[in-house]
Design a protein around this ligand. Sequence first.
Ligand code: ADP
Length: 616
Amino acid sequence: MKFRKRIEITRRGYEILHEYTPGLIRAKTLSSAAEALSPFATVWFYARIINELMNERRLNLIILYVAAVITLHLIFSMVKNVMDRIVNEKQASMWNWFEKIFSDKQMSMDYVDLEDPEIQKQRQKVEENLFMFGNGLGQLVWDTSGLVKVAVGLIASALMTATLFLSKSGNRIADSYLWIPAILLVMTVFGFIYHHLSLKENDIFEEWTKGTVWYNRAFMFYGHELYDSTARAKDVRIYGQERLADREMQRMEEHNRKDNRFLNRMSSCQGLLLFAQGLCNALCYLFVIAKASLGAFDVGSIVQYVGALTELVGYVGLLTWIFSENKVYTGHLEKLFAYLDLPNKKYQGTLPAPKSFFCNDGENDYSIEFRHVSFKYPGTDTYVLKDINTTLSIGKKQAFVGTNGAGKTTFVKLLCRLYDPTEGEILLNGIDIRKYDYEEYMKLFSFVFQDFKLFAFSLGQNIAADTEYDKERLEECMKKVSFYDRYLTMEHGADTCLYKDLSADGVEISGGEAQKIALARALYKGTPMIVLDEPTAALDPIAEAQVYEDFSNMVDNKTAIYISHRLSSCRFCDEITVFDGGRIVQKGTHEELVGDTSGEYYALWNAQAQYYRTKK
Ligand code: ADP
């Protein structure tokens, strides 16, 4: 990667850190600058004190120097301590924020891309890097300290060694300014050796980590996930999968043992690096001592120059190390940015949602029309919806019925813009729904999908989908979905945590109860339109009958779409739409449709009625 690109990527890395972990880099910079300056200040004053002791021995000046050293030391230590506390605090939570960067992208991505196998692969790689290296951001944070120290250290040591070359000993050779390029050359050669060995060390590390990525993933599965959920724990017990896990973990151990050779190679590199650094230091000392013995400066200055040159050599080494580290983490960051920069291809409209939706008088004053809508899922060739032309009946309770795979759920997914139609358009008040601002548009709908998810937050937070909630409204929604009695048994009321993931007091809920909570969440959102996809599948027959009974009350005068396989449950709807093979084949009331003996509805109705009859 070109140097300019690396700088650009590093800059963007810092921008992201500033956005997600504000204050961390600033605190780290101040702490590192204080740490780097402290030895220079000490060495400079010690040199002055020794020179004073060797020459005029002015007591007041010596006391002043001692006081200055102590004060500066105190200031640097205080700055470092305070900043380190901030750094530690922020670093402890930074990994969560790195995950947040990742999940923010997931959330903002087009839903359709979440299913794209290529994007999934890319996501997987970034996810692996997230756990191994924080996608380069972890290294960027750690290396910031080195970067600041190098900048401060190089300037300070250069300033403190400047007089080494200016002070005259009377010897032509020792006083020659050619020593400046000579010492710089030695430093550069040393820098190159250091850089080369650091790169080699990094390559060895990369090679090693590549081998461990799979094992880490396997370890996460066998060592953690396998025992992590009660559902998996059931299967583990029934199929004795712990044997499988034990054997795999032993294999991982063997792999890690073999990897010790990588570690040996890495420590040889580190040994060579230390040797090169020692050699460079020795050359610098020789020069300083030679010049001092010729009488160019006092003993105190020897302390200053030796101290400063030792620091300089150390910082040249650190600079080259930082440089090779930068190559590694910019490589990781580049992958992260490529993922974050995946464009949203879906058209993003800007129109606000129609106001008439929300005012009580005109709540039903809107229209939704599917016009010649056909759809195939991305990456597939089969149309699952074919030339759909229909207008939703606003303010009515309507059922979508049809055999499995007829296209009912897909119809709803298009309505809520998880996907855009392959052909045709969906119109809200005569305007293509793509032209509305997505968040505005979503204010109009509540959906309860079959595969809804609740979270290990409190009951209230789950229903309100927010940390704050209106308790009265919450209870009203729970009453409507017949969850109120269960709610009254909960020890901490709406603050009761669902599941035990985050709270020992959390309650485990049944599938049916979860479905009722999901329904309450949909009602709480208070939208003019509500779509329920098989909302009673997990309910027992009594609870199911209750939902039907209360359905009108539950959805008030909202437009409600109710997808169901159980036709008996659709009789209470004002209108029934029948899907078959990706088309709408019938529409009407139950009585109208069941009267059409040649229609699909009649066939479905009889098939299910017969089932119930034979059951009896
Ligand atoms: P229904 O709700 O009527 O049971 P769906 O709308 O779920 O039917 O499915 C319609 C068709 O689309 C089915 O053939 C199903 O296999 C297919 N399908 C559903 N989801 C996807 C998907 N994400 N990718 C590819 N095909 C899908």
